[in-house]
Unconditional design. Structure first.
Length: 195
């Protein structure tokens, strides 16, 4: 019996009351909430499939767009040829702006999944606006060079002369490997070892 008057009966009475309320809530849930049908489950699954298909389509379109954008930066030549052309381009741009190129250092190439990264480091000295123009001209799809970092230091406080160390990369496409052809193995003939 539920009795809240005696101190010893308060806890058991509270537990019994809580159990009755939980049973009543469960009963109301069973009566009022309809059971899910297989049609409803199938509809939910179809909605999920459509949503995932749309997300895949959007991701593929974005990947195609990024690939198209990045293709402008890729070289289809050998590493030696790319290095020579990059050196020639930077030298020509530095001369046009009357800059002094004190160093051109190719770094160790790094092979990525389908590309080879050719990192370079260049040191330029001259007026700040000219250095800025050359760095901006190097980081375009036309030059096919990607700027990685730029460090500038002022030569003196009285002029706009700076020394800039520019790190950038050129990317070459790895040649596609031909598909390995499987050679048929000679058939093993069964037979008697005695001949």
């Amino acid at each position: 019996m539920i009795d809240f008057k005696r101190r010893d009966d308060i806890l058991p009475s509270s537990l019994i009351l809580a159990a009755i309320l939980m049973l009543l809530g469960t009963l109301l849930y069973m009566v009022l909430v309809p059971t899910p049908s297989t049609a409803g489950l199938a509809k939910g699954r179809d909605l999920s499939r459509r949503k995932i298909a749309k997300e895949i389509e959007t991701a593929r379109a974005r990947a195609d767009e990024l690939e198209k954008t990045n293709r402008a930066y890729l070289w289809n030549e050998s590493a030696e040829s790319v290095t020579a052309r990059v050196l020639g381009d930077i030298t020509a741009q530095a001369r046009r702006k009357s800059l002094k190129m004190t160093a051109f250092r190719p770094q160790r190439p790094q092979t990525l999944e389908t590309l080879t990264e050719l990192p370079f480091s260049v040191q330029l000295s001259g007026p700040y606006p000219a250095v800025r123009d050359v760095v901006a001209a190097m980081n375009t799809p036309r030059s096919r060079i990607a700027l990685r970092s730029l460090q500038m230091a002022s030569s003196d406080g009285a002029s706009s002369a700076v020394t800039a160390t520019v790190a950038f990369s050129a990317y070459t496409v790895l040649p596609k490997k031909p598909a390995a052809k499987s050679t048929p193995r000679p058939a093993v003939r069964g037979g008697n070892a005695n001949g």
